[in-house]
Design a protein around this ligand. Structure first.
Ligand SMILES: [Fe+2]
Ligand SMILES: [Fe+2]
Length: 315
């Protein structure tokens, strides 16, 4: 159950949902705290320093190295380097980094090399990856060769970190039946069911994958067809955080004990759902505004078990 806190209703009378929507489009950050079924939101910066216990990790997404069209072809490398500098300037070193896909634009060895080289400079303990549809162009073997070690199928896996269970999912597979953009497939769902079967309901869960697991805007392919089947497997858990990329903008949704969150791209923004004839790089962004639309997400596990705080920062 979600209990309202005094931060849920703001002085200007905007309720939490309206506030969230408004903040998402304003390109600023929010800090979410989820714990014991009580959820509260704060604007970015406010109280963020108090998340001292536990650990934190960073999510970045959609670096699209190799993107070749104006006005972003000359900036995708530079803005990824700037994100690395932002990570290295964080007051607390993140335990690890998660990249939620579209590392590259065309999945060439050279593009993968460039991403890896730039991210070598990030002061994080480890990097976890999942592919975007741009990373599996062709047969997807280049991605798997580099990042598939120890994973199942097209690159899915799970791990535990300080009491939190993480699942890295693939919903962009380019090969095989029952797979594709926005599809997890029966094989992966069966694995997932078995993977979480032995976990207690109080284990905090973080799920990450490229395409949003919830239906953001299916007309543009911004949703996962069988995402509901995955989420149903997680309903019994007290705290579930779902982190995605692909749509190149921040959007949040809270449903019961589940918090859904999409990250900004490090390369270029995309239009808000339904505000353009089709998805794609946003045109006409003034150079001095671009960095407000790119960025990173930090997630902090606070001292209380099950308590996660999500903060977005623009460049
Ligand atoms: Fe992307
Ligand atoms: Fe994508």
């Amino acid at each position: 159950m979600i209990a309202s806190t005094n931060t849920g209703q703001h002085e200007d009378g905007v309720d939490r949902r309206g506030f969230l929507k408004c903040m998402a489009w304003a390109g600023t950050g929010l800090l979410w705290t989820v714990g014991g079924g009580v959820l509260s939101s704060r604007t970015f910066g406010q109280d963020a320093g108090k998340a001292t216990g536990g650990f934190r990790f960073v999510q970045i997404s959609d670096s699209h190295i190799g993107f070749g069209k104006d006005p972003y072809k000359n900036t995708v490398i530079r803005t990824l380097e700037e994100v690395v500098a932002r990570i290295n300037a964080l007051p607390q070193k993140p335990d690890f980094l998660i990249h939620t896909g579209d590392l590259t634009h065309l999945a060439t060895p050279r593009e993968f090399d460039t991403v890896a080289e730039i991210l070598t400079g990030a002061k994080v303990g480890k990097i976890f990856w999942v592919p975007g549809e741009h990373d599996v162009i062709g047969d997807g073997s280049e991605y798997l060769k580099r990042f598939g070690k120890g994973t199942k199928g097209e690159g899915w896996y799970s791990f535990d970190h300080r009491g939190v269970h993480f699942l890295g999912l693939v919903n962009v597979a380019s090969q095989g039946t029952d797979k594709g953009l926005g599809v997890l497939g029966a094989e992966q769902l069966d694995w997932m069911k078995a993977d979480v079967a032995g976990l207690g309901d109080s284990t905090p869960i973080v799920v990450f994958g490229h395409v949003p697991l919830w239906s953001v805007y299916p007309q543009w392919g911004w949703g996962t067809e069988d995402g509901l089947r995955a989420l149903t497997l997680l309903r019994r858990f007290g705290s579930v955080t779902v982190l995605n990329g692909h749509i190149h903008q921040t959007l949040q949704k809270v449903e019961g004990n589940m918090t859904f969150h999409t990250a900004r791209s490090t390369a270029f923004p995309q239009p808000a759902p339904g505000t353009a004839p089709s998805p794609g790089p946003l045109k006409g962004v003034p150079a001095d505004k671009l960095r407000t639309l790119l960025g990173l997400t930090t997630v902090a596990s606070r001292e209380r078990v099950g308590s996660l705080a999500i903060t977005d920062s623009s460049l």
